[in-house]
Design a protein. Structure first.
Lengths: 161, 161
């Protein structure tokens, strides 16, 4: 499957020749999906397979307290995705929609966001359900989830102010 | 308020000297909050003030279809935040917690995530409720929200596969 090719009706942007900020990968996601065509269309935090979030040793102290969060938001980098599509045709629908009306990995900043259920905490790693990405995908961030009924309003859900 | 200073019990990482990926800012968030101490601790998608999401003209076609999304996830760049705290003491609690157990803007990749309610769509801009950030904050991404009861299961909620 050539998911990098454009499809009928898709439009392409001239990407700005700028680097406005940089990211540091903080770990890797370990999933049972060896290639993109094995990935589910959407992760399932309740009945999806158990995956591992491997955190680089530098950041292990930053996991303190995460065990109290029933659900987490994981941000990760879709390093295989092109960044220049303005409109896209999801295979499953045939519609043409703007990139910002889709959760496709193809977007100007290919940051994926998955709400996962926290199953367990090990030294430097988390066991979660709900991931949808290829094994080895770079990790960017871990946050307590704030969906209205899941994980909201806990004492850990503070900003810094 | 010196929110860049460390507080008792906070610990600092030696940040990796790497740039693993780069971001392109795609617009700006316009809020009534002129400085960090005016920002609410958490945005309110139902009764917070109306804010404007200004999208750069390059990306206007990527907004097609976004009007069908009742709630959106906005990703934006906390350009004022330090990136090296492993543990933090939120002012509101006095506890020491790991960065990944908090939604603080201070984190290795300072990408903020807010669930906002879409109020209206103009040419190249969205009106939303639920933002908590300083006026002028750089925008990274707009996605349909997938919280279980809000915005889930719509026909636009597809991946690219």
């Amino acid at each position: 499957m050539d998911w990098q090719a454009t499809r009928r009706g898709e439009t392409i942007a001239a990407l700005p020749d700028r680097q406005d900020a940089h990211l540091v990968f903080i770990g890797r996601l370990r999933t049972p999906f060896a290639s993109r065509d094995q990935c589910p269309r959407r992760g399932d935090p309740e009945s999806g397979p158990i995956c591992h979030v491997e955190v680089d040793a530098t950041w292990w102290p930053a996991l303190a307290g995460v065990e109290a969060c029933a659900y987490l938001d994981l941000l990760y980098w879709m390093n295989l995705a092109r960044r220049d599509l303005l409109t896209q045709s999801p295979k499953s629908s045939g519609q043409i929609l703007g990139t910002f009306a889709l959760r496709s990995p193809v977007r100007p900043n290919p940051i994926a966001l998955s709400r996962v259920r926290l199953i367990g905490v090990e030294e430097g790693a988390l066991r979660v359900r709900g991931l949808d990405c290829v094994d080895g995908t770079p990790l960017l961030d871990i946050k307590p989830n704030r969906c209205p009924q899941a994980g909201a309003g806990t004492e850990h859900d503070h900003g810094r102010t």
